[in-house]
Write a protein that binds this ligand. Structure first.
Ligand code: NAP
Length: 252
């Protein structure tokens, strides 16, 4: 009997032009999946992610897609483009995120809104439009990147904490809504990971954070990517609605 070629699965990773999203995209390619690399403006960064994927997994197909995850039409177009090119969205990683830190009294309403728009509305939109195809196919994996700040709060991050706590609410609700169709929805909550987002923090704050981490080091993007790829794999099929903290024991 002729052996049927199995379709290579697709992972759509939002905000994959740097940091954690890039590491997730490369790890997903290593795990045997094709990639849609979403980015907002950093095309050079997205191309670098593509180059690293080709280096790590030459057989992986890659599509770069510029889209603001908070724009409904852009998200719809991106999801449709992914399905047209790859036939399905098997894994959605909602990773795109920004910070606009300030103490509450100094925080502008614009900075509150923009963080909520990108970090939370973005997850809502992508989960809705990609979820539509997953529901039809009766399978899928959604992994949302939250933060320990969404569980424990952090001075100067009211907007960010609200968005990351909201992501946990979306995760637990969608896990219930989608469970009957064999779609799992989980969140990963990183602690302090060395990326562009954290490199500008003052040395004093970094030192005090380090002293709170039992494993004695900051996390690397790959520490998050490894867990995401497990949650994206077939091995995690009985895990849904969970929040996995990856913080070197900071909140143990
Ligand atoms: P990063 O290096 O700044 O990467 C952020 C990514 O999000 C970039 O690829 C950026 O694309 C993309 N992005 C921003 N706005 C977007 C939009 N409107 N539409 C689409 N993409 C957009 O930061 P990171 O540290 O890797 O953060 C990745 C995720 O991990 C975020 O959700 C963050 O909150 C979360 N996280 C990070 C840490 C940490 O310690 N680093 C801890 C907990 C959680 P462009 O470059 O093209 O703008």
């Amino acid at each position: 009997m002729e052996k049927r070629e199995e379709r290579r699965k697709l992972s759509l990773v939002s905000g994959a032009s740097s940091g954690i999203g890039r590491a997730i995209a490369v790890r997903e390619a290593r795990a045997g999946r094709n990639l849609l690399i979403n980015y907002a403006g950093n095309e050079e960064g997205a191309k670098e992610t593509e180059r690293l994927i080709h280096e790590a997994a030459p057989e992986a197909e890659v599509l770069l897609f510029r889209a603001d995850v908070s724009e409904e039409e852009a998200v719809r177009e991106m999801v449709d483009a992914a399905v047209e090119r790859f036939g399905a969205i098997d894994v959605l990683v909602n990773n795109a995120g920004i910070t606009r830190d300030n103490l509450l009294l100094r925080m502008s309403a614009e900075d509150f809104d923009s963080v909520l728009r990108i970090n939370l509305r973005g997850v809502f939109l992508l989960s809705k439009y990609a979820g539509k195809y997953m529901l039809k196919k009766r399978s899928g994996r959604i992994i949302n990147i939250s933060s320990v700040v969404g569980l424990h709060g952090n001075i100067g991050q009211v907007n960010y904490a609200a968005s990351k706590a909201g992501i946990i609410g979306i995760t637990k609700t969608l896990a219930r809504e989608y469970a009957g169709r064999n779609i799992t929805v989980n969140a990963v909550a990183p602690g302090f990971i060395e990326t562009r987002m954290t490199e500008t923090l003052p040395e004093k704050i970094k030192e005090s954070m380090l002293s709170e981490i039992p494993l004695g080091r900051f996390g690397k993007p790959e520490d998050i990517a490894n867990a995401v790829s497990f949650l994206a794999s077939d091995e995690s099929s009985y895990i849904t609605g969970q929040v996995l903290l990856i913080d070197g024991g900071m909140r143990a």
